[in-house]
Design a protein around this ligand. Structure first.
Ligand code: 13P
Length: 333
């Protein structure tokens, strides 16, 4: 078997605490590996993974005169910040186009952060046109049906969204769960449909105030993840983003503290590691959502555990959304 050594090359790292609800299997795997996984903070951090094994000599880079020929693979788990504006049921098609024009004038393109806007279905086309063909801002939808077509009055399918230029879709938002009765079972079908048709799902999870106050945050979030990601492969998860949105923080002006968000983000990452593998866990992006503003974005993104934000109210105003994007573009460049 290949002898794999890992070297963390540069910078600060994010580690996962061993006692945050990993479950037996995860603890056993980590113990076997001799410690907790290390997650790199910045894009330029790299793990140099040295595979030295006769069994993979054929793929070796260095030609060595001895029988032992090492092969070097460099893995760069990049978690570029992602800022998503969830417009909810706001803006007509013409208001949306004007907004995008204004936003583009205020914020320059940057490779340091990904930006997505998720307008209502009715404004997708005008936003696509306002963004232009090669925009650095991507288009997302707020919901999707799991079937491709048929007698589903009022619903919109993944191929329809793709046809309108969408690359992302928000799935399982707490407003969909609480106001429209969505359950993990249907959310999983939506995640699967999105993946089948080349859309990246933004899966929302989060606890209510009562659940937090009764100490059930982690079990609620874990159960939501369990139900909404069941049976997905690591390849599937490579295009999934998770958004932790505590219900009590949405639209209330009472954001979670960075510490509260980080605790949940770490348990989510640990859940992914336990259920899938450490590579999947180290690359999946976990966003925070709930009363994100220009005032608190810097503190949230200061943590390695928070890979971006799902913004509601503050994304409806170009000033505040532009500021949030600028912080993400500069804070981790
Ligand atoms: P607010 O930012 O308005 O709290 O909304 C968060 C949200 O629900 C984003 O999906």
């Amino acid at each position: 078997m290949p002898d794999i050594q890992r070297f963390a090359c540069l910078g600060k790292q994010d580690t996962i605490p061993q006692d945050s609800g990993a479950g037996k299997a995860g603890r056993a795997r980590r113990a076997k590996r001799g410690g907790n996984p290390i997650y790199p903070r910045r894009a330029f951090l790299a793990f140099l993974v040295l595979h030295a094994s006769q069994s993979i000599n054929a793929g070796g880079i260095f030609q060595h005169p001895a029988t032992f020929i090492p092969s070097i693979t460099i893995e760069i788990p990049v978690r570029r910040p992602l800022i998503i504006g969830n417009w909810k049921m706001n803006k007509t098609a013409s208001e949306a186009a004007a907004f995008i024009q204004d936003l583009r004038e205020r914020v320059p393109a940057s490779p340091n952060a990904d930006v997505v806007v998720a307008p209502p279905f009715t404004a997708l086309e005008s936003v696509r046109n306002a963004l232009g063909p090669s925009s650095w801002i991507s288009l997302g939808a707020q919901n999707v049906h799991w079937e491709t077509h048929g007698a589903f009055t009022g619903e919109v399918s993944a191929p329809m969204l793709r046809d309108l230029g969408c690359r992302y879709v928000i799935v399982g938002h707490s407003e969909r769960r609480t106001l429209f009765g969505e359950r993990d079972e249907s959310i999983l079908k939506k995640v699967r449909a999105a993946l089948r048709h080349g859309l990246s799902p933004i899966l929302c999870v989060g606890e209510s105030l009562a659940e937090r106050e009764s100490g059930r945050t982690e079990s609620v979030v874990t159960a939501q993840l369990d139900g909404s990601l069941a049976g997905l492969t690591p390849q599937d998860l490579a295009t999934v983003t998770i958004a932790y949105e505590p219900v009590w923080a949405i639209g209330t002006g009472r954001a979670a503290t960075t510490e509260q968000a980080v605790t949940v983000h770490r348990s989510i990452r640990l859940f992914i590691e336990t259920g899938w593998d450490s590579k999947t866990a180290s690359t999946i992006r976990i966003l925070y959502g709930g009363s994100v503003t220009p005032q608190n974005i810097e503190s949230l993104l200061a943590s390695d555990a928070i890979d971006g934000a799902l913004v509601g109210g503050a994304c409806l105003n170009t000033d505040s959304f532009a500021t949030i994007i600028s912080v993400a573009q500069t804070q981790r460049d």
